[in-house]
Ligand binder design. Sequence first.
Ligand code: CMC
Length: 432
Amino acid sequence: MPDSITITDNRSGQSMEIPIRDGGVSAGEWSKLLPGIWFYDPGFLSTAPCESAITYLDGDAGVLRYRGYPIEQLAEQSTFLEVAYLLLFGELPDPAQFTAWTDEITHHTFIHENVRKRFLEGFHYDAHPMGMLVSAVAALSTFYLDAKEIHDPVSRHRQIVRLIAKMPTLAAAAHRFSVGMPFVYPDNSLGYPENFLSMMWKIAEPRYEADPALARALDVLFILHADHEQNCSTTALRTVASAHADPYSAAAAACAALYGPRHGGANEAVIRMLTEIGSFDQVDDFVAAVKAGHGRLQGFGHRVYKSYDPRAKIIKRAADQVFAVTGKNPLLDIALKLEEVALSDEYFLSRRLYPNVDFYSGLIYQAMGFPIEMFPVLFAIPRTAGWMAHWVELLDQDTKIARPRQLYVGAGERDYVGIAGRPASPKAPPQR
Ligand code: CMC
């Protein structure tokens, strides 16, 4: 049987055979038969805007691989910096490459004093740290003017290193400002997660020593969040980068998308939901309310995973290791009960709604002492590696500017009427 589809334009009777390649059919071929007829696909449910060799996802089987390596093996045996290298350069580093890479990242952790003093400290006292991060990442483009040289491989590499190195510093600075604590400079004798924890929590001690189990758990969470193919924030990054904007502006757009509660803000929403549920015996009523259309079960469901998110399984195990150090998060019992109730309920089963990566990650972050507002920020730190891998891939593929079409459903042509001659309009903006 040929690996192709045949389409027929019933208006003209013309047909065309289009090959199926790598699981897709070319819209360019389609347009040859049907010029001016667009694919109507809100939310890109059936659209692949690119080819990518970075991350493989099988949502039915619950499979996730970075550059071919199963996420379970990477979470068990690798480190975030090694995974970042893998995502960016396609192969695991050899020992010399890894030493050089770690050294580069470590020596770019400092941020310009003006970013902190003049920019971050200019925010309102109760600014959300993710809002601060979105702006700070965009502001970096004004500090590194060479970032515009996107076709120069040396400049590209420099910006990638800067972004991955500086994200924890910006993230911790946003937190310290929001709680009125003095900024902590990076300690370049520490590893990536240890340094971040030092910038978050250090008070007066000469050197902050993170608990190794907590530093490792954070590193595992960073690995799990490092990439997830064409998710909303990566799509935002690719769209902006396709216009050849500098990588800081593109990464800021990605951060802004990640801020939303349907995406990276979901871990924050999960904790708020569990807190609202309040007790074990309220779970059934809460699930009933969701089924009746009152809100959603946060941390449940996924556009691609139609079985258990493999990251959620790993996070559930990591949670035990964290709780052994911090003590159990009291919300855990509510979360477990919620999962049990949902996974035995026809509503969730028939829609194939399972816990996603955000269902348990917030519980770990909260047990480690991170304020809820920091959760999306914790997601953005590692996802920067994935965003940058997609940025390089897009530029290497010389991708066209993202510019979809629309199906126009508005008014037909009509003549302008002066204000004095207009009748009262039934349409008005909402009133206070
Ligand atoms: N709780 C209750 N019902 C849900 C949920 C949920 N969390 N998610 C989807 N549904 C229902 C939805 O009401 C719809 O039902 P019906 O067919 O009767 O109208 C059906 O399932 C399909 O939902 P959808 O909105 O068409 O699915 P989608 O692929 O467009 O949305 C999603 C995916 C992740 C936005 C959605 O599942 C959701 O809002 N989940 C809660 C937020 C969340 O946990 N987000 C994190 C996603 S994973 C990490 C990340 O991407 O950052």
